[in-house]
Structures are given as structure tokens and as C-alpha cells.
Design a protein around this ligand. Structure first.
Ligand SMILES: CC(C)(COP(=O)(O)OP(=O)(O)OC[C@H]1O[C@@H](n2cnc3c(N)ncnc32)[C@H](O)[C@@H]1OP(=O)(O)O)[C@@H](O)C(=O)NCCC(=O)NCCS
Length: 155
């Protein structure tokens, strides 16, 4: 599948919210996405196919010398086709171009798909935040990646 990446704008919000709602037990609100779009540290990148169907998105912050991945989701119809891999590779490359090599994120401890996904990029679990997710009481696994030299992703 041909995948095009582009920054999110306000006009994309309803499509993004649809994927968000299909992907998370406590989805981000419209207001939260609008706050991210207005935040100069925040980046939201969308993946669309060649018919402009929204496939997925990633939200990340680049602050000082680190990148924090806040949110990544792919529409359930399009999972396991390399879309999130393409999005995260883009995040790593964008940061690398700014000389940033440290990446961090939190993931629900029962979200095996996401944990496997991040491990595939070399992320390592480095800590646990007990009961971090108020909705389910789940712990957050803190994962980190430090890239030395070349980006260690295969796509
Ligand atoms: C996690 C998520 C973003 C992955 O998106 P995706 O586009 O399906 O992922 P990709 O196709 O790029 O997968 C790349 C690799 O990640 C791993 N992976 C992805 N989904 C997986 C799953 N369900 N189980 C195990 N490994 C998985 C695999 O190694 C996969 O490579 P492979 O398909 O060649 O085996 C997607 O499942 C999703 O949107 N989940 C709901 C939202 C979410 O939990 N986001 C993470 C928040 S921290």
C-alpha cells in the first residue's frame, strides 16, 4: 500500500477522533487534540493511503534533547500492514535530523501489541508507573530507546 505522511491540521480532527475512539479505552478528546495542534513542541503526523483514507497517526513531542511519543494508533482495518512502523520510523528520523537520539514513552502493561511493536524498534522497558491509568488501574511501562549512530530500524 502507498502511504503518504503529512502533518495534522484542524480539518483532520474528526477522522483522527474516529481512529482514536476505536483504539483506546479512554480516547483523547477533541479539545486535547486541538491543544496539541496549538503546542509548538507537539507534532502530529498522519498516514493516508492514495485515496486519502486516514490510516493512522502519531503524536510526539520534541523537547530539549529528547522525544516523547504520546500517542500512536492505526485504524483497526489497517493494522499489521506496517503503518505504525512507517509512522514511528518517521518520528525517529525527524528527531535524528535534529540531533536527538533519546526516545521515551509510556504504554499500558496489558497492551502486548504495542509493547511488541516498540520492542521491534529496540525500545527497552526501564520502569513501571503503578496504577498510572486511572480508567483501568493498569500500570504504565516506561520504555526508552537511545540510538547510537545509525537508526536501528529496518524500513
Ligand atoms: C500498536 C499499533 C499502533 C500497531 O500498529 P500497526 O500498524 O498494526 O503495526 P505494524 O503493522 O507497523 O507492526 C509492526 C510490528 O509491530 C509488532 N506488532 C504490531 N501489532 C502486533 C500485535 N497485535 N501483536 C504482536 N506484535 C505486533 C510486530 O512485530 C509487527 O511486525 P509484523 O507485522 O511484521 O510481525 C496498533 O495495534 C494500534 O493502533 N493499537 C491501538 C492503539 C495503541 O495501543 N497504541 C499504542 C499506545 S502506547
Amino acid at each position: 500500500m502507498k502511504i503518504k505522511l503529512a502533518p495534522m491540521t484542524d480539518g483532520d480532527i474528526d477522522e483522527v477522533l474516529e481512529i482514536e475512539k476505536l483504539s483506546f479505552p479512554s480516547p483523547w478528546s477533541k479539545r486535547l487534540f486541538l491543544n496539541e495542534l496549538a503546542n509548538p513542541n507537539s507534532n502530529i503526523v498522519l498516514a493516508r493511503d492514495d485515496t486519502d483514507t486516514l490510516l493512522g497517526f502519531v503524536c510526539f513531542w520534541i523537547v530539549a534533547d529528547e522525544t516523547h511519543i504520546l500517542n500512536i494508533a492505526v485504524h483497526p482495518k489497517f493494522r499489521r500492514q506496517g503503518i505504525a512502523k512507517r509512522l514511528l520510523t518517521h518520528v525517529l528520523e525527524s528527531a535524528k535530523n535534529k540531533g536527538i537520539s533519546y526516545f521515551a514513552l509510556e504504554v499500558r502493561n496489558r497492551n502486548q501489541a504495542a509493547i511488541e511493536f516498540y520492542k521491534g524498534f529496540g525500545f527497552k522497558a526501564v520502569g513501571v508507573r503503578k496504577g498510572y491509568y486511572a480508567d483501568t488501574g493498569e500500570d504504565a511501562i516506561l520504555m526508552e530507546l537511545e540510538i547510537k549512530g545509525q537508526t536501528n530500524v529496518s524500513s
